[in-house]
Write a protein that binds this ligand. Structure first.
Ligand code: 13P
Length: 297
């Protein structure tokens, strides 16, 4: 029988942090030359987070991107869950108020009324007109968590984040047994059974503040393990345990990890790959995004 993996343990960073590599220095020089700002999600690799101008959650990144004055924005996030049947559902139920998680394609955003992140979802849902039925897309676990918090019933699109749903109660219980007394934080994209075992369920941004407030030396983090790079940098003197799944010791999302420092260097150097959105999609997608930025202030 193959044994279950043991959780990966990240001790505090050495004093003074990690030294910069040659590639990181090259990227920093290019960044200056191109008047670029590098924005990275909390789940990005350590070497990308190490040279980013801002590392944050989806909400923080949205604000930074909207405010940036630089001529180039290098955005190290990922394309996430794109859904296509939304248009048909809206046609069948024209009254629906569609709330979309920010991690979806521009084409999906273009069909929505307002965008949310895990950091502001409850606040935004509370502002949706009371007489409108809500459809929450595309993450049903986040939607279920928000519905519970706000008391607002919502239709949930049956999608999820493949990485977060790999966490299981059994794997989390094993990690808790191996680290007795370590408080657990979990992301709302985890299943309800996993969320119910956590001491705190919150967005990645709030995980930083929550970790700072904990008296315990060791904390169990139940989300994409890139988060731990940010936590180690900003919350020194604590040991972070990456919650394992039944199959891996350190849950890395293969989509988040498609961004590499080499690719960041190459995109700064060559201005590629370029994505051009059809203007109609860009304009329509901007409406719910701007509404989110306004409503979450
Ligand atoms: P945040 O809203 O905390 O950035 O979460 C993003 C995420 O978990 C994507 O899967």
């Amino acid at each position: 029988m193959i044994p279950y993996p043991t959780a990966t343990v990240f001790p505090p960073l050495p004093a003074g942090g990690l030294p910069l590599s040659d590639l990181q220095r090259e990227v920093l020089a290019l960044k200056q030359e191109k008047d670029a700002i590098i924005l990275a999600h909390n789940y990005q690799c350590e070497d990308i987070q190490g040279i980013a101008d801002f590392v944050g959650d989806s909400l923080g990144l949205a604000y930074k991107a909207a405010e940036a004055k630089n001529s180039t924005i290098v955005f190290c996030g990922v394309h996430f869950m794109a859904e296509t049947a939304l248009a048909a559902l809206k046609a069948a139920q024209p009254d629906l108020y569609v709330v979309a998680y920010i991690n979806c394609s521009a084409a999906v955003k273009a069909l929505c009324d307002v965008i949310v992140t895990s950091g502001n979802a409850s606040k935004i849902v509370n502002k949706v007109p009371a007489d409108r039925p809500i459809l929450f897309v595309p993450d049903q676990n986040l939607g279920q968590w928000v519905a519970k918090k706000t008391g607002r019933s919502m239709q949930l699109w049956p999608g999820n984040c493949y990485a977060h749903v790999q966490f299981t109660p059994a794997a989390l219980l094993r990690a808790k047994a191996a680290h007795p007394g370590a408080p657990v934080v979990a992301h709302p994209e985890c299943t309800e059974a996993v969320r119910d075992l956590a001491d705190m369920v919150c967005s990645t941004e709030l995980m930083v503040e929550w970790s700072r407030q904990q008296k315990a030396d060791t904390l169990i983090v139940t989300t994409e393990s890139g988060m731990i790079h940010r936590l180690r940098r900003e919350v020194p003197n604590k040991t972070f345990v990456a919650a394992p799944t039944d199959r891996c010791a350190c849950n890395e999302c293969r989509f988040m990890k498609m961004n590499t420092l080499q690719k960041v260097r190459d995109c700064l150097k060559n201005g590629t790959p370029e994505i051009t959105l059809p203007e109609a999609v860009r304009v329509a997608a901007e409406v719910p995004l701007r509404r989110m930025l306004e409503w979450s202030r």
